[in-house]
Design a protein around this ligand. Sequence first.
Ligand code: GRF
Length: 232
Amino acid sequence: MKPQNKEYSENYLFNDLKGLCLISPTDSVKPIFEPKIRLGILASGNGSNFEYIIKAIKNNQLNAEITILIVNNPDCLAINKAIKYNINYVIINHRICDSRLEHDNLVMNKLEELSVELVVMAGWMRIVGERLINRFKNRLINIHPSLLPSFKGIDAIQQAIDKRVKITGCTVHYVQKEVDSGSIIIQAAIPIKQDDSKETLTKRIQEMEHIILPLAIAKVAKDIRTIVRDNK
Ligand code: GRF
């Protein structure tokens, strides 16, 4: 069943179970957390996931504020979305840095300067180093277009097609040193149809990404707020 309206309603999730995908866990539906979480978004590509985070905020499905979009690629289309929605953005081009560490440090400094609480890699095509990962421990998440731990790394959708798996999906996970290996926050399983091309499958996976990423952000934000409260 094709989602008509990407709302965080249990109806939506259960309707979908009868159709062509399965999201788990579903306990992340409508998590309550206050105050707004301050997000930093990292992107390198089209920025469709970035746009769906913006939409989730606008629709009051995510109590969050995007403090900055950071891109590493000056030509990436995510920038157009930042302009369209009037969101602060900065280009930190890795090509002008001498090392990965230098690039990571520039990214980290920007996130710290803006007091970002949760960093979301929404199509960020760069490996980040341990310093950045440790600085944002349990506050740095990534979306990947496969059912991890299967098909890590680049071109995950093609990897799944090549292996002729019958079910693939997408995953939001915490970032750790090993690529696409941190603990899993939420996944959507998506059957591969016999007549699927890479394009049709990519489209269905992305539709689910746009749903699970805001859910994952809400879930992690709730954890962050709970930990802060418990430590008071
Ligand atoms: C997504 O498929 C994501 O899983 C992968 O990169 C893609 C980014 O798409 N890491 P977009 O830039 O959000 O449209």
